[in-house]
Design a protein around this ligand. Structure first.
Ligand SMILES: Cc1cc2nc3c(=O)[nH]c(=O)nc-3n(C[C@H](O)[C@H](O)[C@H](O)COP(=O)(O)OP(=O)(O)OC[C@H]3O[C@@H](n4cnc5c(N)ncnc54)[C@H](O)[C@@H]3O)c2cc1C
Length: 388
């Protein structure tokens, strides 16, 4: 096991360029996007112009020809936007909607969807979750019936990031329509264009305010044969194929957010004075900050070890699952402590205050133990992997 950062000086150069871009172009607007519960679609071409929508994708599709380590840098740095929702909307496009097309798409599908997605011209979403099927993915009920030239889709997806704005939705459907319904073996993926029969309604949330989360309804939506992604009835493999990266991306995002919150809270504790001295000179507060720094360090080590293994081509199911499980709860707990150290200031919305208010970071962090496979599901995976 190696807990050294897996990044080279080239990755660190990329980090400082991303950081400069975020500090200049994104972070100053984060408050407004949060209040408006929407960040502008223009962010996609803006990110694309920096090469940030295709870091890990081949140059032949308009990507940067990098790898998962370059993407990992972006995942960490997006915390600096100060809006979990903005990072989530961009991240859903980069880390969950486009990877299945890259891995399983035909060249023609890559030309039609991946190339414009990397260029920021078309926005993607991944539609798996349904009102009746979240953790139990195999229970999805959206049906795709065979018709002349393609499929007819009927059903509903929910909690879908980019669900209102997406131009295309990489959608999990049941293609084996039997009684009783097929489970894992009956799932396929279709790339569904927004168009006739596809309608979205926005959902409102505790955190991730600037992200667009929606219920999407499919009513007699015709999807042509050439939009079948991967093998017919082979969709479960496709879901599993990206879970490891999605969970690593979430762990990296948590590590970035935790580090930022720690730095800001430590600074606050140095400046704020109570009972005649800086807050951080009260032993209770200093010890809290020491515990928080330990948590940031532990989460980084576990995440970097999983990342290193993933990039080396191992199949680090256990390590990635542990990283996701550890970091998401730890991030929320750290934000709660950071909020407590800020006192009343921590509870304020901070519309006119610093660009990364702690209350927002705390609300944003609450999604981590639920999304991308909940804590309970992570423990189920670990229990199996540990042969229990
Ligand atoms: C803001 C947000 C954005 C999202 N974005 C997307 C997206 O872009 N695309 C997408 O497809 N989905 C998305 N999701 C959905 C997300 O992946 C699901 O919410 C998550 O998988 C949990 O499913 P569920 O909400 O249906 O909870 P359920 O599966 O109903 O679970 C409810 C609770 O029971 C627990 N539980 C379930 N089964 C077990 C078990 N066997 N043993 C013990 N405990 C169990 C769960 O851990 C959870 O705590 C998003 C969700 C949110 C909130």
């Amino acid at each position: 096991m190696s807990t050294d950062p897996p990044f080279t000086s080239e990755h660190e150069e990329l980090r400082s360029s991303i950081r400069g871009f975020i500090d200049r172009e994104l972070a100053p607007h984060a408050q407004r996007w949060e209040q408006e519960q929407w960040f502008p679609d223009d962010l996609f071409p803006l990110m694309a112009a920096q090469g940030l929508l295709g870091l890990k994708y081949p140059e032949s599709y308009g990507g940067q020809g990098g790898d998962y380590l370059h993407e990992a840098v972006l995942c960490e740095e997006m915390a600096r936007i100060g809006s979990g929702g903005t990072a989530a909307g961009l991240g859903a496009h980069i880390n969950i909607a486009t990877p299945p097309i890259w891995k399983f798409g035909t060249d023609e599908q890559k030309q039609r969807y991946l190339v414009p997605a990397i260029a920021g011209e078309r926005i993607g979403a991944l539609g798996i979750t349904e009102p009746g099927a979240g953790s139990d993915v195999a229970a999805i009920a959206t049906r795709a019936e065979r018709v002349d030239g393609g499929f007819l889709v009927n059903g509903e997806k929910t909690y879908i990031t980019n669900g209102v704005r997406a131009h295309f939705i990489v959608t999990a459907v049941k293609t084996k329509i039997e009684d009783p319904p097929a489970r894992h073996g009956g799932i396929s993926f279709l790339i569904v264009d927004r168009g006739e029969g596809v309608s979205s309604s926005a959902l409102h949330k505790l955190g991730w305010q600037a992200s667009d989360t929606a219920t999407i309804s499919y009513q007699d939506v015709f999807v042509p044969e050439q939009n079948l992604l991967g093998e017919l009835h082979g969709g479960f493999k496709l879901i599993m194929a990206n879970f490891q990266w999605e969970r690593l991306a979430m762990a990296l995002g948590a590590v970035g957010a935790m580090r930022l919150a720690w730095e800001r809270t430590a600074q606050f504790a140095r400046e704020r004075r109570t009972f005649g001295r800086p807050l951080g000179r009260h032993q209770v507060i200093a010890h809290k900050l020491a515990d928080m720094a330990t948590s940031v360090y532990t989460c980084r080590c576990v995440t970097y070890d999983a990342l290193r293994r993933f990039v080396a081509g191992e199949e680090p199911l256990k390590e990635v699952t542990m990283a996701k499980l550890l970091t998401q709860r730890a991030a929320f707990e750290l934000m709660d402590e950071a909020l407590q150290i800020h006192g009343g200031a921590g509870y304020m919305r901070g519309d006119d205050g610093p660009p990364h208010p702690i209350e927002r970071a705390a609300r944003d962090a609450r999604l981590g133990p639920i999304g991308g496979g909940s804590d309970e599901i992570m423990r189920e995976i670990l229990a199996k992997a540990l042969d229990l």
